[in-house]
Design a protein around this ligand. Structure first.
Ligand SMILES: *Cc1c(COP(=O)(O)O)cnc(C)c1O
Length: 431
């Protein structure tokens, strides 16, 4: 399979180049050249398959030209080491819990797949993985790559703008994981990383790669849990809608990839906090990146979502098709908190602020067509990851899962970095 760039559909590369380069030289994102369609027979037996069995078939359909059946099994087994339960919350509303992995957030799926695939594709020398994070990417990538031979991970994050717990999950591991605390916002970190990949001086002296959601090896495996969730919905004549809490829009784009492979999803809800450039676009405005604003769902505080052009490419750049399939909704902190309180009061279920944004979008969407849909919202993080917000909103004390608790006991090790590309470049050249 070849992969084309969203900036030039004729610019194509093979799997290894797409994964190791991460970003195309024209700054576009890679996309699979053909999207395989799965058979009706496959969908008919989907509900009898385990999560991993679903994974073998989907990953097989996408990667069988480049990987052996053994490699595909190994990749899927490593990625799907934990479940993604579908939990009924209210009538026809389900929470897809994606937080049962090592760092308790959905990014564990992509990070685990990515580290395994990179180690399969790399033949020699040291790889440097550069990651810009607004929180959870850093922890998922750090944990996914920790201890992987021949790979060094350098994480850039905005100083003071990620929660203490998130920070500890990528600053306390040591070993092949290093953390740079940048005096700026997430978009500054992302810009520095993007610039480094295009820098000829750096590329002459080292192999740089990305593990951001732009990398197809992080992006593609996220389609798996849409198939799995769909297969676990009670049988019904109703149409299916998925609501995705979105920042860089990789997760939503992966859901659309599943739909393009034939999964019968009738509609998507793109739900954001007040960083709402995509909902604005979906509601008719031109796409216009903006500086990001801080919110209580801080993993979605993104003003220039990097997967936007991937969304478009999935529809052959037909804007009307994208606007037809995806509905945009956005919510303030206060609305998010109110939803968290209402759901706790009515059902005893505790949502994290990101899941709550998606829940709100789902409710508002379904309210317009009562009785027509089964709805799934993606619960992208364990509420304990955003403990302060959850506790203060719900006025309760959360028991922190042991896996998270352990991080708090470890010592933070990070290096300060100015918001200055040259300083970052020198750091890379010296390290
Ligand atoms: C990263 C993240 C998101 C946003 O996902 P995108 O794929 O960037 O849209 C949502 N919720 C949580 C908890 C996250 O960590």
């Amino acid at each position: 399979m070849n992969y084309f760039s969203t900036n030039n559909f004729d610019h194509k590369v093979g799997l290894k180049e797409a994964v190791i380069k991460g970003l195309a030289s024209d700054q576009g994102l890679y996309m699979p050249e053909t999207i395989p369609s799965l058979s009706a027979e496959f969908f008919a037996r989907l509900s009898t398959l385990s999560f991993r069995e679903i994974g073998y078939e989907i990953i097989g359909a996408l990667f069988s030209e480049d990987l052996t059946p053994g490699q595909i099994r190994e990749l899927v087994d490593h990625t799907l080491e934990f479940d993604a339960p579908l939990v009924p919350i209210q009538e026809e509303i389900y929470s897809l819990e994606l937080f049962h992995g090592p760092t308790l957030a959905f990014k564990d799926f992509g990070a685990r797949f990515c580290s395994k695939l990179m180690s399969m594709l790399q033949d020699r020398g040291e790889l440097k993985v550069l990651v810009a994070t607004s929180g959870d990417t850093g922890s998922a990538v750090a944990n996914g790559f920790y201890g992987v031979d021949g790979v060094e991970v350098i994480i850039l994050y905005p100083s003071g703008k990620v929660s203490d717990l998130q920070e500890r999950q990528f600053t306390t591991l040591g070993g092949n994981i290093r953390a740079l605390e940048v005096d700026g916002v997430f978009d500054d970190c992302q810009q520095m990383v993007k610039k480094a990949f295009l820098d000829p001086d750096l590329n002459r002296s080292m192999t740089l790669t990305s593990a951001n959601s732009i990398n197809i090896a992080r992006w593609i495996p996220q389609c798996l849990y849409y198939f799995y969730a769909w297969s676990r919905l009670p049988r019904s004549d109703k149409k299916v809608v998925f609501a995705v809490p979105s920042g860089n829009f990789g997760n939503l784009a992966a859901g659309i990839l599943a739909e393009r492979m034939g999964l019968p999803i009738s509609c998507f809800v793109a739900a954001t906090n007040i960083n709402k450039v995509v909902p604005d676009y979906l509601n008719g405005a031109p796409f216009a990146a903006k500086p990001s604003l801080q919110t209580i769902s801080n993993s979605m505080d993104v003003g220039n979502p990097s997967n936007f052009y991937r969304l478009l490419a999935l529809f052959g750049n037909e804007e009307s098709l994208l606007r037809d399939k995806v509905r945009g909704y956005f919510y303030t902190n206060e609305q998010t908190r109110q939803a968290m309180r209402a759901v706790k009061r009515e059902t005893d279920y505790i949502m994290d602020p990101h899941g709550a944004v998606a829940y709100l979008g789902l409710k508002d969407f379904m309210h317009k067509a009562p009785g027509l849909f089964q709805g799934v919202f993606l619960e992208t993080a364990h509420p304990g990851k955003f403990r302060n917000v959850v506790e203060e909103t719900l006025e309760l004390e959360l028991a922190l899962p042991e896996r998270l608790q352990a991080f708090l006991q470890r010592e933070k090790k990070s290096e300060k970095m100015a918001n200055d590309y040259e300083a970052f470049k020198n750091y890379l050249l010296k390290s």
